[in-house]
Design a protein around this ligand. Sequence first.
Ligand code: XMP
Length: 326
Amino acid sequence: MADNLRPESLQRITTPELAKAFIDEQISALHSQIGAKKVLLALSGGVDSSVVAALLIRAVGEQLTCVHVNHGLLRKGESEQVIQVFKNQLGANLIYVDAVDRFLDKLAGVSDPEQKRKIIGKEFIDVFAEEARKLDGIEFLAQGTIYPDILESVGVKAHHNVGGLPADLQFELVEPVKFLYKDEVRVVGIALGLPESMVYRQPFPGPGLGVRCVGAITRDRLEAVRESDAILREEFAAAGLQGKVWQYFTVVPSFTSTGIKDGKRTDDWMVIIRAVNSIDATSATIEELPYPLLYKIRDRILSEVAGVNRVLYDLSPKPIATIEYE
Ligand code: XMP
């Protein structure tokens, strides 16, 4: 356990200078841990795995292989950003796995939220393990574990932990940011040259848009979630709310309602807008969005997103509601 306590000598990383000192220290620690051997990393594009990838690229370059699994439940443009930043800009050894059909086929007809989460988690491990087996000579597995994950170790989140790998793939762990808090990981990410849009992203659940496409996921409804989420994020950015509102997204329930378009009745989905503020996700308040912004988002969703005839704004705080819908 002592190995898992933040060393008292580690100062809070609040400035670019402190981040640079941390990066230099970690690079030499990574050199001595890894030597000339090979490391594998599951790179989701989230803040923690991205910072670990950028640190390892600096420390061991080509010895690192990153695997990015696109499970079809990512937000619009996320996989593209991972490829752009890590492969094109940083020159990482990046394996992109298009597992969209595989995940969506497994999830077809499954409406129970816990079952959906289990399938997504298990499938992720399976896909990652298959990729790992194709590679020769891997001895280390890097993970974006951060200090709150250790403190709450009972509930270590799936996206920080590929520890469920089968017995033939038990690598030694490399966890260079395991003593850092999220705000410190972000300062380090910026010092490593990662884009702000990656480093300051809002929290995003491991099962991704899968929990926002309520009930059994269908491809058309998932597209409605993804497209409406992209519109919401664009309009929040244009209104200067990006980085100010803690978490904002859209949800599409699994039932339809009546509408009217070109003189004909429609039977289409509804999009719910959720925008909340929180410190640690245990409670949340509603962001009071200005009506002109809501109207703009509504108009864009109704005209640009196929199969949607209604837009709603969720006013429920946590508690009594939770932040996500399932
Ligand atoms: P709830 O819905 O419980 O969400 O109020 C609290 C925070 O946790 C995120 N969340 C998840 N994150 N895997 C994750 O990694 C999950 O299954 C999951 N479910 C919820 C949610 O987005 C919010 O920030």
